[in-house]
Design a protein around this ligand. Structure first.
Ligand SMILES: NC(=O)c1ccc[n+]([C@@H]2O[C@H](COP(=O)([O-])OP(=O)(O)OC[C@H]3O[C@@H](n4cnc5c(N)ncnc54)[C@H](O)[C@@H]3O)[C@@H](O)[C@H]2O)c1
Length: 253
């Protein structure tokens, strides 16, 4: 797909990887619809995108809320007159052990709230945004591309029952949708980033942060722009669908 003058929704576009994706796509001539919960961050990304002489609009949306997602996706098609791409990037972390044990005694469990929060945003949000975007793309008749952001943790990572399960689901959805939507000229790709230097890692303890860097073969964290580069590749490459690109500096769990 030539992304110039196309309309692309970026969820979680307020900061971090989502902001870098929005900026890279805007720089390449796409019009950008940003979905996020944080109005201040949205305004900042919006202003940065607008410097590239494209149209950028912000929508305050909780991607885990069905009504908000369907309203916002409909508004995008009305505001821009088209919908060509969706980058499902919004995500959260609520790390915990399944069962925490000290000296043989169970002292904690991953709570149902921690489980539900991550599953509903990281998996439910991808499902809802993907479903609504696909429905509009089909009705508009131009096809399109959906890019889902999974994670290196999708293969299973201790302390992340909720996150690993959600991110494995995100990769599966990408395969299923590629099969179901190809007949409507919609491609679906997936990216599994390794450790990327963004605010989501701020919730990690500093000693863990140093251990993270040491564990990566290239001995550094990835940059958000390096994930944005992979998003652009998937959007532009018309033979790419149903597969997941790993951008992780060689790290493997
Ligand atoms: N940073 C990493 O190392 C890393 C690694 C692998 C995968 N990822 C994935 O990349 C994506 C982006 O991560 P990031 O590091 O930029 O995170 P981040 O926390 O910096 O940004 C996430 C953005 O999503 C928004 N968001 C959160 N919940 C939302 C909701 N319910 N509705 C709408 N917006 C919501 C936040 O407001 C924020 O702007 C996530 O899906 C994350 O799981 C990140």
């Amino acid at each position: 797909m030539d992304i110039r003058n196309k309309t692309i929704v970026v969820t979680g576009g307020g900061r971090g990887i989502g902001r870098a994706i929005a900026l890279r796509l805007a720089q390449n001539g796409a019009n950008i619809a940003l979905f996020d919960l944080n109005e201040t961050d949205l305004n900042e990304t919006n202003a940065l995108c607008a410097k590239y002489a494209i149209q950028a609009r912000s929508y305050i949306v909780n991607v885990a809320h069905e009504g908000q997602v369907s309203d916002a996706m409909k508004r995008v098609t009305e505001d821009f007159g088209r919908l060509d791409g969706l980058v499902n990037n919004a995500g959260i972390l609520r790390d915990n052990l399944l069962v925490k044990v000290k000296a043989g005694v169970v002292v904690g469990r991953m709570s149902m709230d921690e489980w539900n929060a991550v599953i509903s945003v990281n998996l439910g949000g991808v499902f809802l945004c993907g479903r609504e975007a696909a429905a509009h793309m089909i009705e508009l008749g131009h096809g399109g591309v959906i890019v889902n952001i999974s994670s290196i943790s999708r293969v299973g990572h201790a302390g992340q029952s909720n996150y690993s399960a959600a991110k494995a689901g995100v990769q599966s959805l990408s395969v299923v949708w590629a099969q179901e939507l190809a007949r409507h000229k919609i491609r679906v790709g997936c990216i599994a980033p390794g450790y990327i230097h963004t605010e989501i890692l701020d919730s990690m303890r500093p000693e863990l942060f140093d251990k993270l860097t040491a564990s990566v073969p290239v001995k550094r964290l990835g940059e958000p722009a390096e994930i944005a580069h992979a998003v652009l590749f998937i959007l532009e490459n018309n033979f790419f669908t149903g597969r997941c690109i790993e951008v992780d500096g060689g790290l493997r769990f």
